[in-house]
Design a protein around this ligand. Sequence first.
Ligand code: PMV
Length: 361
Amino acid sequence: MTGSIDDQLSSLSSSQQSVTWRSPSNIAIVKYWGKHGVQLPRNPSVSFTLDAAHTDTTVSFVEKVSKDDEISIDFYFEGAPNEAFANKIAKFLEGLHSEFSFLRDYEFKIESSNSFPHSSGIASSASAMSALALCLCSIEKILTGWPTDSTDFLNKASHIARLGSGSAARSVYPDVAIWGAHEAIDDSTDLQAIPFDNQLHEAFKGYHDDILIVSADEKSVSSRAGHALMEGNPYAPVRYEQANRNMIATLEALKTGDILKFGKILEEEAMTLHALMMCSDPSYILMKAGTLAVIEKVRAFREETYLPLYFTLDAGPNVHLLYPDEVADQIWPFIERELVPHCVGGKVIRDRIGAGPRLLD
Ligand code: PMV
């Protein structure tokens, strides 16, 4: 389905017994790092919604013959049953009973696949959890008629996605999403993300994010453990203040089209994230030699050419390279020649800022 979310939702019919959503990953500009309670962020964050890196999830549901108190799911990842994921999702759904009263009355078959290889080192939790949340909200709409409008629908989908994986809350909105309460940002809340709503300057339309797969190995420290280590990190309070300041400066840059200011904050946030890891107790490093080699080359390229190529990092070694579409012809040949050789098997995902999730026929 194409068209607005309202149009897409109006195509749902009360007789349907399965629903499929395609939901994208996102890349944080100001990073969420540190959480408390049930997936509540220690600081606000803002991200670009991506496009090429996405998850397709289908949830089929049939009414149980005899009612019991169990959550019943079959889970297939890339076409094959996957018990480890099934257990994780069953546990997640157990916690959602108060959100969706139908969960124990149906048998669910969940089929999920990613547009990028699972072993590519790209975190799939944001796209996977947002796709699942959108499916669950659609089933609620099919069974009960609620939510009637797209605002309520996306509010709930973002809230449910957050309970699965914090950063997933941001994936339900097009272009730019904000998650976490900030006193100067209207409607911002820790409970769900909100859209940036048509405030994005033209300069950022079609913005590129080439994701360099520097290592596809499993991370030595998970994001969950990384968030937890922030609780004892002596720099945490200063970091949370910095994130609050960077939110305002980033939103301003996104509105005014200040690509240089945007790039400066983008890199500061990436380096801060990894510095926080290095000064955690115990200390750990997720960057690899290839990550540093790419960073040095990007900075040297910028000094030489004055072209606005900037990098960011997630909680891992892979490098996201962000740049405007209008200079893509000048920047891509450099990436291909100088940086792609640092990738495992030459793997790079050429992504862009994206239009948000889509209901598939
Ligand atoms: O959503 P989680 O719990 O996987 O945490 C993601 C944290 C970062 O990707 C490092 C930053 C972010 O805001 O996406």
